[in-house]
Unconditional design. Sequence first.
Length: 304
Amino acid sequence: MSETGIKADWIAVDWGTSNLRCYAMSRSGTVLAQASSPKGMGQLAREDFEPALLELIGPWLAGPTDVIACGMVGSRQGWVEAPYSTAPCPVLPDQVVMPPCDDPRLKVRVISGVQQIKPNHDVMRGEETQIAGFLSLNKDWDGVVCLPGTHTKWVHISANEIISFRTFMTGEMFNLLSQNSVLKHSVGGAGWDDLAFAEGLELAMSRPETLAANLFSIRAADLLTDQTPHQARAKLSGLLIGAELAASKPYWLGQNVCVLGADGLSKIYTDALQAQAVPVTQTDGTRMTLAGLTAAHAHVKETV
């Protein structure tokens, strides 16, 4: 629920597939209040977006208020489709889209995502805003941003532009294999084993073509040895992330790398990259999203 008694100068919105997160902001970019709900894009019909937003931010509205939104709210199935910018492109696009609103207090602008046509087809929505936040706090930074998640992205940045990027379904594969394959009988819990992770990482990086066989070995080790569910979980993660690092090597080899996301998963990627002697900076995804929405708000004000 929203805090009462707060009046926002503008409102930052991170609207993903599963969750809606809103922040009442001051002119200086300070968070005055925040609220969230499970009413993500995936659960809403188009006519439900405005009521879901007002449910959280209504108490913060004193009059016409800028609302800057990023994420899947701008997808084809979202409130309004915000056309992709095409890489190479500036991190903050000039184009934003305004969905129709019945409440006159709402001045909503949705940030466009980014698409890539060559050398491979790829898309992102929301990550571009996190990257914009990182660059707003790290001026003139060039390198590669890794955004771990269900669909991990590797993004080459130069001169404040997205040059190219590649998405890996590593997180989704981990969930599918650990919950819906034969490995569900072996992988369990939330524990961790550094040695098992390192073993899986090394196996997949040195011989990624053996990934499918090494995955089954996790099940076999459960049947034939005293392997624990925590060890199996860590080795599965190591194998999948190792295969990803082997495939993404053209992005991270010889580059400065920023790992941007939630602490737990980001640390796993950071440790894996540091094991390859890659210079890595780790930073918080929520903080970068807010910094990116703040930069986008200022950018919109300049271009309107």
